[in-house]
Design a protein around this ligand. Structure first.
Ligand code: FAD
Length: 407
């Protein structure tokens, strides 16, 4: 093989939050790292509602400037307009997402072992042998290079994942930032059959600016118009508009020969909210540990990557992501009446306390187990499953046989 090609230990594709954070976690090693980012600047284009649980400040050293606001209440609005308000110990942050992406980049950009290249696209890779060692030969839009390990941090449409035969199922998302008169302390979620895979949201950025958006699998432009009419928005105060994709489903395979996937490329995204930041930060710590171990053991096999990255990830976040997905399968099938009935149960019982005590935006399993101990909740879900037998079959296949059936 061509000995003149630039050679790296690790090649990270994607210089957004997962790529930058992983690179930062590896920056205390002697590994020679290259990050390939197709855009010209870190953090742009901005594509996020920026609502993240307080775990963020436990996972990373979070500067105050990144936190723009905090919300005390979650307002959940059913299709008929009936709603409940939930509040608990959790007061999620509304973050400066561009700032978060740049935080780690700024910490490592002068590190002599780290090279960032912007405005360049990863195109493909193939395995090659060099001195009896298996390497990855990477082709970008401008050059070829070789690396011992390749990490796909290249988001929902990941080209690295595609090269491995993995294709995410994505939702379309659109959002505006607008001056408005909503509650500054409240994040609102609007459910509707037309955008059943997620919801419409109003997230208060602070200083009377709101991030208002929606995600759905189809008719996004029309659905957004319907949603904006529903909340009576005066568009004269619009500041800007963003769009993006949100991966939807269960977490992908993460480990391959010399290669791993992280973040949206691996579908490490909560199917209930579309949030990916907390999950990918947790996964990045395992990814960094795995990469360090691979270099220590000089072993880049799929088996080693699975042992030190995929298996711990599955047990810590994979199961929770599955729970999010199961909850989503229920919500997708909820009718107006089901939402009303559930809200009624929540309002007329002491169930709200369960949300304050056990509620966790990222890890819903504990709350779910507690709720499923309550007879009126069991009765609601039993009746719901009897009305939706195909869902029952799908849940059983998913839980017991790990088989996913498309609806
Ligand atoms: C509208 C919207 C709202 C959201 N709101 C929230 C929220 O409130 N809370 C939350 O936690 N999450 C939210 N998310 C999800 C969150 O933004 C993602 O989970 C997170 O950005 C994933 O980070 P990532 O680094 O894995 O991927 P991305 O942020 O998608 O970054 C991928 C990077 O790879 C680059 N890239 C892609 N392909 C290539 C290539 N071939 N070559 C080189 N570079 C490439 C891209 O330019 C990009 O910089 C939202 C997403 C959207 C779209």
């Amino acid at each position: 093989m061509d000995g003149n090609l630039a050679s790296f230990d690790v090649c990270i594709v994607g210089g957004s939050i997962s790529g930058n954070y992983l690179c930062y976690l590896l920056s205390n090693t002697n590994l020679k790292i290259i990050v390939i980012e197709e855009h010209e600047q870190v953090g742009l284009p901005f594509q996020c509602a920026g609502i993240v649980s307080q775990k963020l400040s436990r996972l990373i050293d979070l500067p105050k400037e990144i936190i723009l606001n905090r919300v005390k209440t979650a307002k959940i609005v059913g299709p008929s307009g009936v709603y409940i308000k939930l509040s608990g110990k959790e007061e999620p942050y509304i973050i400066d997402r561009i700032g978060l992406d740049r935080l780690f980049f700024n910490k490592i950009k002068l590190n002599e072992n780290i090279t960032y290249i912007f405005g360049e696209r990863f195109k493909s890779f193939k395995y090659v042998r060099d001195n009896h060692q298996k390497l990855v030969l990477i082709e970008t839009s401008k050059r070829k290079l070789k690396a011992k390990m390749l990490v796909g941090c290249d988001g929902p449409l990941s080209s690295v994942a595609k090269s491995l035969g993995i294709k995410n199922k994505n939702l379309y998302a659109t959002q505006i930032r607008i001056k408005g008169q909503f509650d500054e302390n409240e994040a609102a979620m609007f459910f509707d059959k037309r955008w059943k895979e997620l919801f419409g949201w109003i997230v208060p950025e602070g200083k009377r600016i709101y991030r208002i958006g929606i995600a759905s699998s189809k008719n996004i432009v029309n659905n957004f118009r319907v949603f904006l009419n529903r909340i009576n928005l005066n568009m004269k105060q619009k500041i800007d508009q963003q769009g993006g994709l949100i991966p939807f489903g269960l977490m992908n395979k993460l480990a391959f020969e010399n290669i791993l996937l992280l973040g949206d490329s691996a579908c490490q995204v909560k199917a209930t909210t579309g949030g990916g930041i907390i999950m990918l930060l947790i996964a990045a710590k395992y990814a960094a540990n795995c990469i360090k171990t691979c270099f220590k053991q000089k072993n880049f096999s799929k088996k080693t990557i699975k042992k030190y990255y995929e298996i711990p990830c599955r047990s810590i976040i994979g199961r929770e992501l599955k729970t999010h997905y199961l909850i989503r399968l229920f919500l997708e099938r909820f009718s107006e009446k089901d939402f009303e009935k559930l809200f009624q149960i929540i309002k007329t019982t002491k169930i709200e306390n369960h949300f304050s005590l056990y509620g966790d935006m990222d890890f819903p399993k504990a709350l779910l187990f507690q709720l499923l101990k309550l007879p009126f909740v069991i009765s609601f879900f039993f009746k719901f499953l009897m009305k939706n037998p195909e869902l029952l079959v799908r849940l059983l296949l998913l839980i017991f046989f790990k088989v996913e059936v498309e609806s």
